[in-house]
Design a protein around this ligand. Structure first.
Ligand code: 5AD
Ligand code: SF4
Length: 394
């Protein structure tokens, strides 16, 4: 199984190429390869991440062809009747992106964090949490397996804010991964120095997942003691100007948050030129100061996904694990039917996974990686979604 379908290069305009997938055209930026018309590539997040031979591409496309059109038909049928809010959002998702769905892998490589966010189980004052750090070699092995054995084309490398991984280590990691694995490298390592991000870009990272958490500066400073909201938002803008694809968003259901506050969160995300919206429910962790708060309802999260899609139809929207945790049976499916078109699969080695406890009882961790992949594929097929790149622009 692969998590992207190869496309044919049918146009080249400087570093921007047009890639065709079964008649559909998407744009992708080419930073890394010498490309000619007619060659075949994999793209992720609107970046060309691998060039493959025509022979290999045609055999993969042949295997996909029949299924691809069948999936398109299922998706068109499921999104045809825009009667309620969720269906309107699903209709727009289909209209703007067809049946494409991004499937990214995520590797959580360290649960150490120097910060003390009131909402997070990884906060440094949580003395009950057993901490781990994966070595550079171990992270590379995990990525190698994910890309070269399981077929992932985009990987998020996530950790608490852990300065043990300095600029040198992060860049070494990225360079080694680039050498072994054809994939889009996305960093989710918190508010680190600008220089680190500059060097990481040079080494080959192209995405950053960094939420601003809340559009309310006072709440931000209350929930993240010692941090300044403007600095966070400025860093996100800066990273975008360096060339990074930005995945950003906010927490829903923080104590005191009202519906109109979330509206501002959605709008702020949109101003940050996001490659992807990443927002999800706040789930209280008992070993944090917000441990006795209430979690938001599934319906509220679905409504926010739908409203985001309707207001910003050309956005890519992630179903977060936290949403899946609110409703293990239906969270992912309902998210994808309410306007979302992206998801992540947790690839953290089993011995560490339970320790990355941002919030308790995270969904999907009771399955092995292979079981989880199979269940996701089954779900995507039942919804008529295909793992093609969502493309650039919009
Ligand atoms: N519930 C849900 N999401 C959380 N995060 C941190 N703590 C929680 C929680 N209790 C999210 C934050 C952070 C991301 C890594 O995890 O939004 O940016
Ligand atoms: Fe650390 Fe991020 Fe958790 Fe804050 S939300 S404590 S920065 S891991």
């Amino acid at each position: 199984m692969c998590y992207a379908i190869p496309g044919k290069v049918i146009g080249i305009d400087d570093d921007l190429v047009t890639v065709e997938y079964f008649g559909e055209r998407k744009q992708a930026k080419n930073d890394f390869f010498d490309l000619r018309l007619g060659e075949y590539v994999y793209a992720q997040g609107g970046f060309v991440i691998q060039k493959i031979s025509e022979e290999e591409a045609l055999s993969i496309l042949d295997a996909w062809k029949e299924l691809f059109f069948k999936l398109q038909e299922i998706d068109s049928r499921l999104s045809a009747k825009p009667e309620n809010l969720y269906q309107q959002a699903n209709y727009l998702r289909q209209k703007y992106f067809g049946n494409s769905c991004c499937v990214h892998g995520i590797i959580e490589f360290s649960n150490y964090c120097r910060n003390d966010c009131l909402y997070c189980g990884l906060r440094k004052s949580n003395g009950k949490l057993k901490r781990y750090r994966m070595g550079i070699e171990e992270i590379i092995e995990t990525a190698d397996y994910a890309v070269n054995r399981l077929g992932f084309k985009a990987l998020v490398f996530q950790s608490g804010e852990d300065p043990w991984y300095d600029t040198e280590k992060i860049c070494e990691l990225i360079r080694m991964i680039r050498k072994k694995c054809a994939c889009l490298i996305i960093l989710s390592i918190g508010e680190r120095e600008e220089r680190l991000y500059q060097e990481a870009y040079k080494a080959g990272a192209r995405g950053v997942l960094l939420r601003f958490e809340t559009s309310n500066p006072l709440w931000y400073e209350k929930f993240r003691p010692g941090h300044i909201w403007e600095e966070r938002v400025e860093l996100i803008r800066k990273l975008n100007s360096l060339g990074y694809l930005i995945m950003t968003g906010f927490l829903i259901g923080l104590p005191g948050q009202r519906k109109e506050d979330v509206e501002k969160d959605i709008d702020l995300t949109a101003t940050l030129n996001p490659e992807m919206f990443s927002f999800g429910p706040f789930i209280p962790h008992p070993d944090t100061p917000l441990g006795t708060s209430l979690k938001p309802s599934l319906e509220w999260i679905l409504e926010i996904i739908a409203r985001t899609r309707i207001k910003y139809p050309y956005s890519r929207i992630l179903v977060t694990t936290a949403l899946e945790t609110l409703d293990r049976r239906n969270g992912l499916r309902l998210g994808l039917l309410s306007g979302a078109n992206s998801l992540m699969i947790n690839l953290t080695p089993e011995k560490y996974r339970l320790l990355y406890e941002i919030y308790p009882e995270r969904a999907g961790l009771d399955l092995t990686v292979e079981e989880r992949i199979n269940s996701v594929i089954k779900l995507l097929q039942s919804l008529g979604r295909a793992p093609t790149d969502l493309g650039r622009g919009g």
